[in-house]
Write a protein that binds this ligand. Sequence first.
Ligand SMILES: CC(C)(COP(=O)(O)OP(=O)(O)OC[C@H]1O[C@@H](n2cnc3c(N)ncnc32)[C@H](O)[C@@H]1OP(=O)(O)O)[C@@H](O)C(=O)NCCC(=O)NCCS
Length: 167
Amino acid sequence: MPRPTIVIKSVANLSTEAMRRIEALVTLGDEVENEDLDQRLARCQKIAIAKVGDELTCTAALKAARPWKNASVSKMSGFTLSDDAVEFGYVVTHPEFRQQGMARDLCAKILETIKGNLYATVRSDNDSMRRILESNGFVKAGHAWASRQPDKSLNLWIRESISAEDV
Ligand SMILES: CC(C)(COP(=O)(O)OP(=O)(O)OC[C@H]1O[C@@H](n2cnc3c(N)ncnc32)[C@H](O)[C@@H]1OP(=O)(O)O)[C@@H](O)C(=O)NCCC(=O)NCCS
């Protein structure tokens, strides 16, 4: 398997075609609501993508800080997020490329670019995401809450601001 090429870009620097392909991959991941997904992706700060040849194989994003969303997640998890905490998400590997370390490498790269408070909400039984988050310094916070998916729950993971002494 050839090594993937990884790029991290601000949304403003991604073409319409690239955004369309990212949206298709996130939809294939089947972990987020599809409604207005194109607009939600367009509001992200940065999106990382991995490609093998011309194929988009993996994506991950840093969303814009949204105090209203942080307040909602705080309420559900019982852990108070700061207004400036940025959500990390839209992590999807194309099914044909899973379990090869692709998401692990892509997530490490995009997470290196941010030092502020971060969080992610993840299905409680998603072991691959748990490993990725733990290896990038995230810890579980608060309590689990019911997902929209039947019989599933979500957990909040946080990574607090990394100070100059830590890096
Ligand atoms: C979650 C997801 C992105 C992982 O992508 P991936 O490229 O297969 O992940 P990686 O191969 O980089 O593996 C990441 C870690 O999980 C581990 N892992 C992989 N598959 C696993 C499995 N089935 N069970 C347990 N751990 C697993 C890997 O060993 C690795 O851990 P390590 O670095 O300690 O060795 C992918 O399964 C996916 O797209 N799922 C659907 C969308 C989704 O759930 N997104 C997350 C929403 S928050």
